[in-house]
Design a protein around this ligand. Structure first.
Ligand code: ATP
Length: 199
């Protein structure tokens, strides 16, 4: 699976529809200070479901919508789409191409789409679960993140490797199974109490 296209319109400095075709291999984005390079990685985080406006370098969510310039009026909608090549089916769905879109209107209304169908944020998160591409994953390493990765506690670092190895889903299932076992133990205890009362 790899990211093959990013489409941005109305997001931060990208007032006009901008389509970035990303070939396989290494791609570098270069440009003068303030030209919008980091806005591209912000767009990527945002479409993956980022909820923290601080992480997106703003103070309120509609700061991601184009705020206008000397020549242009502000826009009312930010829209970002990513297209992933899934011909290796590393995301376990039938599609060989997956398009994920996030929209935000200035009115506050928002929408997520997977292959043009409206979905919940949870569906987007689940789609990327254990792929290394989720918003909590290591796929977007922001400025300063390298330092924090190097300096965090060993357990936190281990979590990064576990996400990369794809074992998080098993850990989650184990946790759910353990909770059910605890609940069953509690129920058994109650049944024993009732049986004793009746004896
Ligand atoms: P540097 O090399 O200095 O890190 P950069 O190329 O990464 O810069 P960005 O931080 O991506 O640049 O872009 C900053 C520009 O984006 C600023 O000019 C800022 O005014 C503009 N910008 C950010 N949010 C909005 C918005 N909502 N509407 C319009 N422009 C915006």
């Amino acid at each position: 699976m790899y990211l093959k296209r990013l489409e941005i319109v109305g997001f931060k400095s990208f007032a006009d529809k901008t389509r970035l075709e990303i070939p396989s291999g290494v791609t570098a984005v270069v440009g003068p200070n303030g030209s919008g390079k980091s806005n591209i990685s912000d767009a990527l985080r945002w479409v993956l479901g980022e909820q923290s406006i601080k992480t997106l370098r703003g103070s309120k969510m509609d700061d991601v919508i184009f705020a206008g310039s000397d020549q242009r009026r502000p826009l009312g909608l930010a829209e970002v789409s990513i297209v992933l090549d899934n011909s290796d089916h590393s995301i376990p769905v039938d599609f060989t191409e997956i398009a994920v879109t996030r929209k935000l209107f200035r009115s506050g209304e928002s929408d997520y789409l997977i292959n043009k169908s409206s979905v919940r944020l949870k569906d987007v998160q689940e789609l990327f679960f254990d792929t290394g591409l989720g918003k909590e994953a290591y796929s977007v390493i922001g400025q300063g993140k390298i330092d924090s990765i190097l300096s965090v506690k060993a357990e936190d670092r281990r979590a990064i490797f576990e996400e990369a190895a794809g074992i998080n889903k098993y850990k989650t299932r184990k946790m759910i199974a353990e909770r059910k076992l605890e609940e069953t133990d509690r129920n058994l205890l109650r049944v024993q109490d009732i049986l004793q009362e009746l004896a």
